[in-house]
Design a binder for this molecule. Structure first.
Ligand SMILES: [Zn+2]
Length: 321
């Protein structure tokens, strides 16, 4: 029996990915991944997590007696000490107990964190944040979230909501954001912001090769469709990507000036595939920041990709054991 194996679950709005991870090395022993649909019953979310873990154990043939703990990273606001999901897109009522039923079912201790928090923990221990005491890890997707590590410690803040870089206000009375405020960074620099911007060009009659790849009602567009259009030298898409990454650089320049981290780590689907966004961000960050931090701060891509959540959630358990 090994004492280093933990289960990590990465629970997003549309998928649950689980894995058995060696918490000393970060190696993934087995994984399972399933798409999920929104349900009318909040308890279904707990059931889906349990099913994912059941499947993982069955397929890997690893016994629960060999697992030290279960770590869960979930997209939403969490109460870490009570193991409760307070608010999330995939629950209706709020205050959903997550760790208690899961821990009871598998007879293993379970711990809860936010999805961006656990992804940052993953990068901190096994990815781009290794051997770096001060860094800011930013994930660009539909929204923008981040984890801030200062003196080797992940900052949670007074109400446990630190790192919400997507909701710093960039433009007074600007575009409406998912949080209800106006002018947030997320409303200008996320993948959704790029999609909405492209949609605006389409509606004004601009030519772009992306028209049939975009959900015209919701403005949903995949990262791959964006990079395909860039490789075809699509001017509309290139403009929108450059504009979005400029805005991200503006927002993050404030972090450089305020916190002066050693590294900025960028992750998320768009960063993984879109070099134009990443390179332009690096250039513009220098431009918007004060000279010394702008020159010295290292900007790097996250290294764990889709597995950051699983690995980080498994590693999270070690903080409690
Ligand atoms: Zn916002």
């Amino acid at each position: 029996m090994t004492h280093n194996l933990a289960i990590g679950c990465d629970i997003g709005g549309t998928k649950i990915a689980s894995g058995i991870v060696n918490t000393q090395t970060g190696a993934i022993i087995a994984t399972t991944r399933k798409k999920t649909k929104a349900s009318d019953n909040d308890l279904d979310l707990v059931k889906k997590i349990e099913n994912s873990i059941d499947e993982l154990l069955l397929e890997s043939k690893i016994k629960t007696s060999d697992i030290t703990a279960i770590g869960l990273g979930i997209a939403g606001m969490v109460d870490r000490s009570k193991g409760i999901l307070l608010e999330a897109a995939n629950i209706k009522t709020g205050n959903l107990s997550i760790t208690e039923p899961i821990s009871q079912k598998f007879k293993i201790p379970a711990y809860l964190g936010n999805d961006v928090e656990v992804a940052t923990i993953g990068e901190m221990h096994f990815g781009a944040g290794q051997n770096c005491e001060n860094f800011h890890c930013i994930f660009v997707g539909t929204g923008i979230g981040s984890g801030l590590v200062i003196n080797n410690k992940l900052i949670q803040g007074f109400t446990g909501t630190a790192g919400e870089i997507g909701h710093i206000m960039l433009i007074p009375n600007g575009k409406i954001c998912g949080c209800g405020n106006y002018g947030c960074l997320e409303a200008y620099a996320s993948r959704l912001a790029i999609s909405k911007n492209i949609l605006k060009y389409i509606n004004k009659g601009y030519e772009t090769c992306i028209t049939d790849k975009i959900d015209l009602d919701k403005g949903i567009l995949r990262s791959k469709a964006i990079t395909d259009a860039i490789s075809k030298n699509d001017k509309v898409v290139i403009n929108c990507v450059l504009e979005a990454s400029n805005f991200l650089a503006m927002g993050i320049s404030s972090v450089l000036n305020l916190i002066n981290p050693e590294k900025i780590i960028l992750g998320g689907g768009l960063i993984d595939v879109c070099d134009l966004y990443f390179q332009n961000f690096c250039n513009q960050l220098k431009y918007y920041s004060l000279k010394i931090p702008g020159k010295k701060t290292i900007v790097q891509k996250a290294q764990l990709g889709d597995f950051a959540g699983i690995i980080g959630a498994a590693k999270l358990t070690q903080f409690y054991l």
